[in-house]
Design a protein around this ligand. Structure first.
Ligand code: GLN
Ligand code: ZN
Length: 759
C-alpha cells in the first residue's frame, strides 16, 4: 500500500499578511501592475517552497488568488457580466477588481458565504452570452512551479457542479445551456494541464456533501462521465469537504481516479458509507484526518488510528493523508505567537504545523513501530497539558453550569403580558425610532484607540475621549429626535474581541489572521478555557450615557452564539457547553445593567444563522442549543425590562421559527436588500413580537429620502401591527461618515413622525 501526504490548499495571505498589503497597495496605486504581478508571484512561489520544506509529498497550485477563487474561475471562463463593459481577451485586473469590489459607476458582483465557513466568495453571474477560456492561469501556476521550484504540483480547480451550484443568473431552463458551454471549457483547461505534465488534478466538489436529488446525482454522473471521455488522461482527485459525501454508493463510483473525503467533519457519514458500500479498488482514497477548520494540535496517535481504520475498511492500494479541507481557513503559523501562554501555544497548530502533522502521520502509519515515536508522544503531551490547564478547571463556572435549571431559560411572563408592562414603564410613542448600536468610528476614534493600545496615551485620557464622543452623540441623537438612544460603541473595535478581552477563558493572538473576504482579514479570539464573567463590561459607558439624557439608552451586548461562532473554540467540550458558559457570563452582565437602571438591553446575534450545519437534517440540534443559549443569557430580567436583539440579513423565510423562539421583545433586522421578500414571508407567517425592519441600507453612503423611508414603512404596515412596529436602519453605523449618518437618521425620524400623525 502506498501512502502520500498532500495539501489541499494553503493560506495565501502570508505570515505577515504580505498578500493583503500587496493587493491593497496596488488598489491605492502604490505599486504598478508589473510590480504587483511580480510581488504576487514571489508570494506564490515562497509559499510553495515553504510547504515543500516541511517534507510533504504533493503540493497544490491554484489555491492562490488575487481576490477569490470563484472569481478567478469566472474570469477564466469569460463570465464577465455586461455591466463591466469588458471587451474580450484576457480579463484585465481593472475589470477583475471591478467585479470584486465595484468601481465608480458599476456595482460589484454579489458576495456570499462559502459553505459554513466565515469566508465569503464572489458569486459568478451567468448571462447566457458566449464563454471561452480567457486564460488558463492554472497552467501558468503549474508551469512556474515546475520551472522555478522544480515541483510537479497538483493544480486545483473548483468542479463544474459546485461552480454552477454557487453561481447565479440561470434558471431551470438555462441551466442546461450553462453546463453545455461550461463543460468544454473544463475539458480544455484539464487537457492543457495534462499536456503540461500534471499527473494529478484536484477537482473540488464540496457541493457533493449537500443532500442531493436523483436528478442532481444524474447530473454529476453526466459531468464526470463527460470529462472522463473527453480528457481520458486526466487523473482527477475529486475532493469533497465539510461533511460526508452524499449518495456515496453512486458517487464513489464516478469515473475519476481518486476521491477525497473529510474524516473530521464528515467522519460519521463517511465511515458509515465505507462500512456499507466499501470503496472502489481502482481509486485512490484521500483521507482528510487533520482538522482544516480548527487551530488545535492533532493528537497524532488518535488520528493515526482513525486513518488506519479507514485504510483497512477501504482496502485501497493508494491513499493520501491530508487535511479535512483547504488550510485557507486557519492562520499561517504558530511560530509568530510569542505572547501566548506556552501551554496553549504548544497545543495549537496552524497551517504550517498541520502540514508537518500530515508528514508525521504518514510516517507513523507506514512504520510498524511508531508507538515510541517522538512526535506522537509530543502531540499527546501537548494535548494532555492543555486538557489539564487551570483555565479549563474553573470551579465557579462548573458550579454555575451545574445549577442551571429549566426555568433559567424562560422569562416569567409571556410576551403579550410583558408588552403591557413595558408599555407602562417605557412610555415610548408608536413607531419608536432607534439605531442598531454603533455610530461612526471616525479616523479620530480609531487613531485614539490605537494610541491607547500602544500606550501612547493614558487610560484616563482614552476614557475621557470616549466619554466626550459619547456625550456628543447623545446630544446629536436628541437633536435628531430619536426615541431610544445608544451610547455609540466607540470603545469597541470589534463586537467579539471587546467582550473576549474582558471575559476569562479567551486568548488573543498577534498574527493569527484568516481571510473573511477579499483582502479583509479577521483575527478570531481563541476560547481555550472556561468562560467566566469577571468584571462589568458595558455598564460604565451605558450608565454614563444614560446620565446625559432623559430618553432611554439601550444597553448593548454581543450574544453568546455570535461570540462562539466568530471565535476559534476549544474542542474538549461541546459547542453547546461553551455557548452556555458564555450565556451565563452575559446573564451576569445583563443583571448588572439592569441593576444600574438600564431598562432596554440589546443582545446582538448576527451570527446565529451562520452557525447552521450544512445539512438541513442537522439544523434542529444546533438551533435547539443556540436558541437556548440566547434565552439563558436574556431571561433573568424583570418583565418590564425590554430585551432587543439584532440580526443582519438572514433569509428570514426559513428562519422565522428560531427567531420567534428567542422570545426577544424586539427584533431589528436588515431588510433593505430583500424588503419585498420579507413582507411576503411575514404575510404568510405573521410575527407577533416587536420588530423593526431596517428602513435603509447602511452599506452605502447614500442618504435615503423621507418619501423613500415612508414607502418602506407603509409597506411594512401591511404585515406589522402598530403595537409591534419599530423604526431603525439595517445595521450599525460604524462604517458611515458622520454627515450622512445624521442626514439619514433625520429623514428616518421625520418619516416615523409623519406616520404617527397620520394614524
Ligand atoms: N451593535 C452592533 C453595531 O451596531 C451590531 C453589528 C452587527 O450586526 N454586525 O455595530
Ligand atoms: Zn447587523
Amino acid at each position: 500500500m502506498k501512502l502520500v501526504s498532500t495539501v489541499i490548499g494553503y493560506p495565501y495571505i502570508g505570515e505577515n499578511r504580505e498578500w493583503k498589503r500587496c493587493v491593497e497597495s496596488f488598489w491605492k496605486g502604490g505599486i504598478t501592475e508589473a510590480e504587483f504581478l511580480s510581488d504576487m508571484k514571489k508570494i506564490r512561489l515562497d509559499h510553495l517552497k515553504r510547504q515543500a520544506s516541511f517534507g510533504v509529498d504533493l503540493l497544490t497550485v491554484g489555491d492562490f488568488t488575487f481576490y477569490d477563487r470563484m472569481l478567478d474561475q469566472a474570469a477564466m471562463f469569460g463570465l464577465v457580466p455586461t455591466r463591466y463593459k469588458w471587451t474580450g481577451g484576457t480579463v484585465d485586473l481593472t475589470t477583475y477588481y471591478a467585479m470584486a469590489r465595484g468601481a465608480k459607476d458599476v456595482v460589484a458582483c454579489e458576495m456570499t458565504k462559502w459553505f459554513n465557513t466565515n469566508y465569503h466568495y464572489i458569486v459568478p453571474e451567468y448571462e447566457d452570452s458566449s464563454m471561452k477560456v480567457t486564460k488558463n492561469y492554472l497552467l501558468d501556476y503549474f508551469n512556474e512551479a515546475k520551472e522555478e521550484v522544480g515541483l510537479i504540483t497538483k493544480p486545483t480547480i473548483i468542479g463544474p457542479y459546485t461552480f454552477v451550484q454557487l453561481s447565479k443568473g440561470y434558471d431551470d431552463t438555462s441551466k442546461a445551456s450553462f453546463y453545455l458551454k461550461l463543460l468544454p471549457l473544463y475539458v480544455q483547461v484539464l487537457q492543457q494541464l495534462v499536456d503540461a505534465g500534471a499527473n494529478w488534478i484536484q477537482v473540488e466538489e464540496p457541493a457533493l456533501v449537500f443532500s442531493m436529488s436523483e436528478d442532481e446525482i444524474k447530473l454529476v454522473k453526466f459531468i464526470y462521465t463527460q470529462l472522463a471521455e473527453e480528457v481520458p488522461a486526466a487523473k482527477i482527485m475529486l475532493q469533497t469537504y465539510f461533511e460526508g459525501l452524499s449518495a456515496f454508493e453512486e458517487l464513489s463510483r464516478l469515473p475519476v481516479s481518486g476521491l477525497g473525503l473529510d474524516f473530521v467533519h464528515g467522519r460519521k457519514g463517511n465511515m458509515a458509507s465505507l462500512h456499507k458500500y466499501g470503496f472502489p479498488q481502482d481509486k485512490v482514497l484521500g483521507i482528510g484526518v487533520v482538522n482544516g477548520r480548527d487551530i488545535w494540535r492533532t493528537n497524532l496517535a488518535e488520528q493515526a488510528l482513525d486513518a488506519k481504520a479507514v485504510l483497512s475498511l477501504s482496502g485501497v492500494k493508494e491513499a493520501w493523508i491530508q487535511s479535512s479541507c483547504s488550510l485557507q481557513h486557519v492562520p499561517v503559523t504558530t511560530t509568530s505567537e510569542n505572547e501566548l501562554d506556552p501551554v496553549l501555544r504548544n497545543a495549537l497548530s496552524f497551517a504550517d504545523e498541520k502540514i508537518v502533522e500530515l508528514t508525521q502521520l504518514k510516517s507513523y502509519i507506514c512504520d510498524v513501530d511508531w508507538d515510541g515515536n517522538k512526535s506522537v508522544s509530543q502531540s499527546m503531551l501537548a494535548n494532555q497539558a492543555i486538557a489539564l490547564h487551570e483555565a479549563r478547571k474553573n470551579k465557579r463556572v462548573k458550579e454555575l453550569v451545574s445549577q442551571v435549571k429549566t426555568e433559567h431559560f424562560t422569562r416569567p411572563l409571556a410576551f403579550k403580558e410583558r408588552q403591557v408592562l413595558q408599555k407602562e414603564v417605557l412610555h415610548l410613542p408608536y413607531y419608536p425610532t432607534t439605531t442598531i448600536g454603533s455610530f461612526p468610528q471616525s479616523d479620530e476614534v480609531k487613531r485614539t484607540r490605537r494610541a491607547w493600545r500602544n500606550h501612547e496615551i493614558t487610560d484616563a485620557a482614552y476614557d475621557e475621549f470616549v466619554q466626550k464622543e459619547m456625550a456628543r452623540w447623545i446630544s446629536i441623537q436628541e437633536a435628531i429626535g430619536l426615541d431610544v438612544l445608544v451610547h455609540g460603541e466607540f470603545e469597541r473595535t470589534d463586537m467579539v474581541e471587546y467582550f473576549g478581552e474582558k471575559l476569562s477563558g479567551f486568548a488573543f493572538t498577534e498574527k493569527a489572521w484568516v481571510v473573511s473576504y477579499g483582502s479583509r482579514c479577521v483575527k478570531p479570539p481563541i476560547i481555550y478555557g472556561d468562560v467566566e464573567w469577571t468584571v462589568p463590561m458595558t455598564v460604565k459607558e451605558v450608565v454614563e450615557a444614560q446620565k446625559w439624557t432623559s430618553k432611554h439608552v439601550k444597553g448593548m451586548l454581543t450574544g453568546p452564539v455570535t461570540i462562539l461562532n466568530w471565535s476559534f473554540v476549544r474542542n474538549d467540550i461541546s459547542r453547546k457547553e461553551v455557548a452556555n458558559q458564555i450565556a451565563l457570563a452575559l446573564r451576569e452582565e445583563i443583571k448588572a445593567l439592569e441593576e444600574a437602571g438600564i431598562s432596554i438591553i440589546q443582545v446582538d446575534e448576527p451570527a446565529l444563522r451562520e452557525g447552521l450545519p450544512l445539512r438541513k437534517e442537522h439544523w434542529n440540534e444546533y438551533l435547539e442549543w443556540s436558541v437556548q443559549a440566547f434565552k439563558l443569557a436574556t431571561s433573568s430580567v424583570k418583565n418590564e425590562t425590554q430585551i432587543h436583539t439584532h440580526m443582519c440579513y438572514c433569509e428570514f423565510n426559513d428562519f422565522i421559527e428560531p427567531i420567534r423562539a428567542l422570545d426577544a421583545d424586539v427584533l431589528s433586522i436588515e431588510t433593505s436588500r430583500s424588503h419585498g421578500e420579507l413582507i411576503q414571508s411575514l404575510k404568510r407567517n405573521p410575527y407577533e413580537l416587536g420588530i423593526g425592519l431596517g428602513v435603509y441600507d447602511i452599506h452605502s453612503p447614500r442618504v435615503p429620502s423621507v418619501e423613500e423611508i415612508e414607502n418602506i414603512l407603509n409597506d411594512s404596515l401591511q404585515v406589522i401591527p402598530k403595537e409591534q412596529f419599530w423604526v431603525n436602519p439595517d445595521c450599525g453605523l460604524k462604517t458611515r461618515k458622520e454627515e450622512e449618518t445624521i442626514a439619514s437618521l433625520k429623514n428616518m425620524v421625520k418619516a416615523a413622525k409623519k406616520l404617527r400623525q397620520e394614524q
